[in-house]
Design a protein around this ligand. Structure first.
Ligand SMILES: [Zn+2]
Ligand SMILES: [Zn+2]
Length: 935
């Protein structure tokens, strides 16, 4: 029976529990007209052929050379060779006109803005300075774009006026003052932009600048007096070019770069060619004779033949190459500017290098905030190399001057401390020289020594933004945003009961609706939003969320029909919320593969909707590991800003992670690559800090086993807390206990297998033994009856099914064994699946987590989930640590539901990094406003 809307008055919601509105779930999509029009339109493709034909026709007319060009009227008074009017053939061109320009190659004519016109005094050539637009189809929107929509790009050129073919109209779309309240209206407003297409192809509109390098669509302020593309280029050059500023006191001279000052005493990241760190898995030579083997707790001497029989799958480790997942690049070297000198304009900079714990043999993964003072000096002799070598600013202090080092390093970006002097020549630790001792001291020293800079703190906001989290899950995204100080999470919608309750428990002040987002949007559109405590238009400053994307085949259906009944596309609902509320900012999150859904149509239509509503957008794939998480997790993000605001950037990576990080962060759409366009990532792939490891993430959590019944217990505090653990424990009291430190029970067979996996091992380390399990059942032996094709002689048979010889698998399944310690189906398919190296894989203390999924199962193939040295899978709390949840964050539901909530979440630490960029954008706008008020 279908649910009926309830009739009795709704009870006042209990603030400790998310409330269910008990609304009828509507199966049709709730969204707004703008969104619907773009997502549901029938075969949208414009006719490329007709365009091409006209282009060819024009081209013939416009080889151009025979056209006469004359100047009209007198030269401008300011520059005697500059002109405001010209006649090209029989067309009159004014400065400021938009024109079609004959293409240089076999392509459509280009569209350009005539910034100014002038005569080359040497060649007498009549030229115009053209600033180019690109067509929507040449952006990431591709064929989904409106054929009338143009984008301004950073490209201008002096071209001969003969190349001008004709004038065209290009309107700038402006957004009304009441834009933020106009959302969701089913008006024809957008039609203003869609100019009457009478087929002459001469009317276009635009509103945004397209920045391919940074993957952004952004607003800009037009500058009537000059070419804005030249202005952008100049601005960028000024920003990127270091300038030496000489002062009368040599020690006060400084370098100005990227809006920052670098003086003697400034600490910097430097990146120069080093031998690539290549941590290969240890090659263990398989000995021919006796080895001591651990067999279910007993140490047994085994011969090579014994080993082949007891561990029949282990050969896979030695004969086939495993590629380590944990190959990471080295972080930047930290240095402090010791001296800046200039002789005959030749600027040279002496930098004292610091060493990291790794550099002095203190293990692979030392304290990522700790440095050693050294007597190594690196000289940047060629000032032109500055931008290649210097990767930005950091802040250092002698530990002596800081009361709580763990707190201090969390309070701002790029902070490091040191307490010892390491001499690489003698490999000895020495006492710090007095210069070094004073670094970080509150007492300012001006004479001699370093005038070290005090560390900057994270930016903060006076007025936090009101946040609505949709598809909120248990609240990972919201949590990171709140901890950054960007938002107050006031409203959240989440359909899953346990997740909604978790959200409410951790955000007692928020209105949490346990409901379908679709249903809530329909209510809003009917004007009934307040009945469920939803905000009014204008009350939401930021909307965040990641709609689940199971419905990527939906568009295919729309392609053949405009009827959207019965389809349920969460992305359209998400966009509907954005259009309805029109918040100042939004954050959209999805799986990395969102990009490829429906051959990238989904992505393009999403962008098209957001642009049509008026938003500026930054997009890209962020790798959680690059932002200080011990996890390989790539997610697609779009950050948007309302028209006229400063568009936040996506955050620059801060932590080394993986070897091919650059490539895997890019997305490819229609043959073009897009990435987040950061400047900080060096060519060598170095970044400020090392990878966060599993040791950092979970070492301080207490021992548990499957028999541990309690889920709350004291921490394992032996003074070995990592910075990461301290960061996640910063909101806990000293007396606090670990919560949610529990794991899913497993069957006796799986439990036994886990027990038998050695450190760093996986399923290939399991012995082939018949034993009695703790539930009294018996395991069966695997039978290896077939020799594989390329098996060496005098080795025991390795195939357990006749398919290893190229025959089809036995139809009667006579080869299959059940309840074997070595999982039969895994061994059966291992050859075809890169040995299934993660199956029953133990996590490695010095490695990181694979992508956290909604259900950690050791027999699954996605990632290792067995604890590094305890005989169990990772606990809920360990899972939460992998996702960067603070320890005070607790979860509602049974163990399975808790894992699922965590697996579905956006890592709070990643959300924090995004939030800080939004804070920067808010502050930029605030400064701009203050400046305007001064004027
Ligand atoms: Zn220009
Ligand atoms: Zn087979």
């Amino acid at each position: 029976m279908p649910k009926q809307p309830r009739k009795e008055p709704r009870k006042k919601p209990d603030n400790s529990v998310a409330f269910h509105t008990n609304m009828q779930n509507r199966s049709d999509i709730s969204t707004t007209q703008t969104v619907k029009k773009i997502f549901c339109r029938k075969v949208p493709k414009f006719d490329c052929n007709s365009n091409r034909k006209t282009a060819q026709k024009r081209k013939r007319r416009d080889t151009g050379a025979d056209l006469t060009v004359e100047w009209i009227k007198l030269p401008n008074s300011v520059y005697y060779n500059s002109y405001k009017f010209a006649k090209v053939g029989n067309i009159y061109i004014n400065q400021g006109d938009n024109v079609l320009v004959a293409p240089e190659e076999n392509d459509d004519p280009q569209i350009a803005h005539v910034s100014y016109m002038f005569e080359d005094l040497e060649t007498n050539e009549k030229l115009c300075h053209a600033h180019f637009y690109i067509r929507g189809k040449d952006t990431i929107l591709g064929e989904e774009s409106d054929p009338k929509e143009l984008f301004l790009v950073d490209h201008c050129e002096d071209i001969p006026l003969q190349r001008v073919q004709e004038k065209v109209k290009v309107h700038k779309s402006e957004f009304s003052r009441s834009w933020h309240l106009d959302g969701g209206k089913d008006s024809d407003e957008k039609n203003k932009n869609e100019t009457n297409d009478n087929g002459d192809g001469k009317d276009y509109f635009f509103s945004k600048r397209y920045d391919y390098n940074q993957s952004r669509f952004i607003d800009f302020i037009d500058n009537e007096s000059r070419c804005i593309s030249c202005f952008w280029e100049e601005e960028e050059n000024t920003f990127n070019t270091p300038i030496y500023r000489e002062k009368s006191f040599p020690e006060s001279s400084y370098i100005e770069w990227k809006n920052e000052k670098y003086t003697v005493g400034s600490a910097i990241y430097i990146d120069y060619e080093r031998e690539e760190l290549n941590i290969k898995p240890k090659e263990v030579a398989e000995e021919n004779y006796y080895t001591l083997e651990n067999l279910d707790g007993d140490w047994v001497w085994m011969t090579k033949l014994d080993r082949q029989i007891i561990f029949p799958e282990r050969y896979r480790k030695f004969e086939k190459k495993y590629e380590s997942e944990y190959i990471a690049c080295e972080p930047y070297t930290v240095g402090i500017i010791e001296k800046i000198t200039a002789n005959n304009k030749r600027v040279s900079i002496k930098v004292r290098e610091f060493y990291r714990p790794e550099d002095i043999g203190k293990g692979q993964y030392g304290d990522p905030y700790l440095l050693y003072w050294t007597n190594c000096i690196y000289t940047i002799g060629n000032f032109k190399k500055w931008s290649e070598v210097v990767k930005g600013k950091c802040y250092i202090s002698n530990k002596e001057h800081i009361s709580d080092i763990y707190q201090w390093v969390q309070e701002g970006p790029s902070r490091f401390y040191f307490e010892e002097f390491y001499d690489p020549r003698t490999e000895k630790i020495k006492e710090l020289p007095s210069d070094a001792q004073n670094i970080g001291s509150k007492r300012r020293r001006t004479v001699g020594g370093y005038n070290a800079e005090s560390a900057v703190a994270w930016p903060t906001l006076e007025n936090k933004l009101n946040c609505l989290d949709i598809y909120a899950g248990c609240g990972g995204l919201s949590d990171g945003l709140e901890k950054s100080g960007l938002v107050n999470v006031k409203w959240a919608i989440e359909i899953n009961e346990a997740a909604a309750k978790s959200f409410q428990l951790n955000n007692p002040g928020a209105v949490v609706l346990q409901e379908n987002c679709n249903t809530i949007l329909s209510l809003l559109k009917e004007g009934k939003g307040q009945s469920v405590k939803m905000p009014k238009k204008g009350e939401v400053d930021i909307i965040v969320g990641g709609p689940p994307c199971q419905g990527y085949s939906v568009i295919n259906r729309f392609k053949n029909t405009t009827n959207s009944n019965g389809n349920n596309s969460q992305i359209m609902t998400y966009l509907g919320f954005i259009d309805y509320y029109r918040p100042k900012y939004f954050i959209y999150e999805n799986v990395r593969n969102f990009v490829n859904f429906d051959k990238t149509d989904y992505l393009k239509r999403t962008f098209k909707c957001l642009l049509a509503i008026g938003y500026q957008i930054s997009f890209g794939v962020l790798q959680a590991g690059n932002y200080g998480l011990p996890q390989n997790r790539r997610r697609f993000f779009v950050v948007g800003a309302a028209p006229g605001l400063t568009l936040p950037k996506l955050p620059n990576p801060t932590h080394c992670f993986g070897r091919f990080q650059r490539n895997i962060q890019s997305i490819k759409v229609d043959k073009f690559f897009y990435d987040i366009g950061d400047n900080a990532m060096g060519a060598l792939g170095s970044l400020p800090r090392r990878t966060v490891t599993i040791r950092d993430a979970i070492y301080d959590l207490p021992y548990i086993s499957y028999d541990t019944m309690t889920t709350e217990m004291p921490y394992n505090d032996d003074g070995l807390q990592s910075h990461y653990a301290r960061q996640l424990r910063q909101y806990c009291n000293k007396s606090d206990v670990v919560k949610d430190h529990e794991c899913n029970p497993v069957s006796a067979l799986i439990k036994k297998r886990i027990q038998m996996i050695p450190e760093n091992g996986n399923w290939t380390d399991l012995p082939n033994v018949a034993i009695t399990l703790e539930d009294g059942t018996q395991t069966e032996l695997m039978k290896y009856c077939y020799r594989t094709k390329n098996q060496k002689e005098n080795t025991a048979p390795r195939g357990m099914c006749q398919c290893v010889q190229g025959d089809p698998c036995n139809k009667t399944h006579k080869d299959i064994r059940y309840r074997t310690i070595i999982p039969w189906s895994i061994a059966h398919t291992a050859d075809r699946n890169a040995e299934w190296k993660n199956v029953y894989g133990r996590l490695q203390w010095d490695g990181y987590f694979g992508t956290i999924t909604t259900n950690p199962e050791p027999s699954r193939t996605q990632g290792r989930v067995i604890h590094p040295d305890q005989h169990r899978i990772v606990s809920v709390r360990e899972y939460a640590r992998a996702q960067g949840f603070h320890d005070e964050y607790i979860f509602v539901g049974n163990t399975r539901e808790k894992y699922k909530q965590i697996g579905n979440a956006v890592p709070p630490i990643l959300a924090l990094a995004i939030a800080r960029e939004i804070i920067n954008a808010v502050l930029t706008d605030k400064r701009k406003k203050n400046l305007q008020n001064l004027k």
